[in-house]
Design a protein around this ligand. Structure first.
Ligand code: ADP
Ligand code: MG
Ligand code: MG
Length: 255
């Protein structure tokens, strides 16, 4: 059992106009085996939360904490976060010129596991994971992210997750830009990894669509850098019917 705990997290982003506070005190606890959906309107700070957990240099944590089994995640380098069992797709560079998917995956696995995987089982694992995600084997020899379509990027993300077997995965807008068939394949991939172990998932999304395929245990509604409502899967159904209007147009609560 592992616990990812976010406590009163405040995060600012560096802009040309100076520093701007985006996250205004986020509290969230994710345990092994749990899937938490973070839902909210555009600009509410969902990606900022993901970037802050990933350690993106543009996002400054001004107060609060993120811990993994009590260990201070914010004090870790990006590599250390991955070795500690966090999977944050956005920590990887957008394009890695001259590095094939195959070599990239093996390098990532070696970095996370602390030793190179045995070649024969590794090749089999990669083949199986790619087949599960209905990926052309030729994909393994392409350069990372070079000319990838939106759908290929998402599949590559899930392929990494399947092979790295993290204890916690933060998936930001995994559903964006996918048609229904691709969405199903990607969701099945997430569900396979979830069912095969006790991975905790933070599933960040604007739309409820992906939650039909990946059932969350908890739903958190994010507005203006804060969690404004929490519930079970029924909250996602309610958001599907009602949208975010009642949160966005609601008067600010008295402090
Ligand atoms: P979401 O993912 O919920 O759509 P974001 O976390 O991307 O929201 O953005 C939240 C707010 O922070 C927005 O107002 C956005 O413009 C601002 N923001 C986020 N990242 C940056 C950045 N790198 N530079 C300037 N503003 C940013
Ligand atoms: Mg608080
Ligand atoms: Mg976003």
């Amino acid at each position: 059992m592992a616990t990812l705990q976010i406590t009163d997290l405040h995060v600012s982003v560096d802009t040309e106009q100076g520093s701007k506070e985006i996250l205004k005190g986020v509290d969230l606890t994710v345990r092994s085996g749990e899937t938490h959906a973070i839902m909210g309107p555009n600009g509410s700070g969902k990606s900022t939360l993901a970037y802050a957990i990933a350690g993106h240099p543009k996002y400054t944590v001004t107060s609060g904490s993120v811990t993994l089994d009590g260990e201070d995640v914010l004090a870790m380098s990006v590599d250390e976060r991955a070795r500690a069992g966090l999977f944050l797709a956005m920590q990887y560079p957008v394009e890695v010129p001259g590095v094939t998917v195959s070599n990239f995956l093996r390098t990532a696995k070696t970095a996370v596991a602390g030793e190179a995987p045995k070649l024969r089982t590794w090749i089999k694992d990669v083949k199986n994971a790619m087949a599960d995600l209905k990926m052309d084997p030729a994909f393994a020899e392409r350069n990372v992210n070079e000319g990838f379509s939106g759908g290929e990027k998402k599949r590559h993300e899930i392929l990494q997750m399947e092979l790295l077997k993290p204890s916690f995965a933060v998936l930001d807008e995994t559903d964006s830009g996918l048609d229904v068939d691709a969405l199903k394949i990607v969701s099945e991939g997430v569900n396979r990894v979830r069912s095969g172990g006790d991975m905790g998932v933070l599933l960040i999304t604007h739309y409820t669509r992906i939650l039909r395929y990946i059932q969350p245990d908890f739903v958190h509604v994010f507005v203006d850098g804060k969690v404004v409502e929490e519930g079970g899967p029924e909250l996602a159904d309610r958001l599907e019917d009602e949208g975010y209007d009642r949160f966005v147009n609601a008067p600010a609560p008295a402090v």
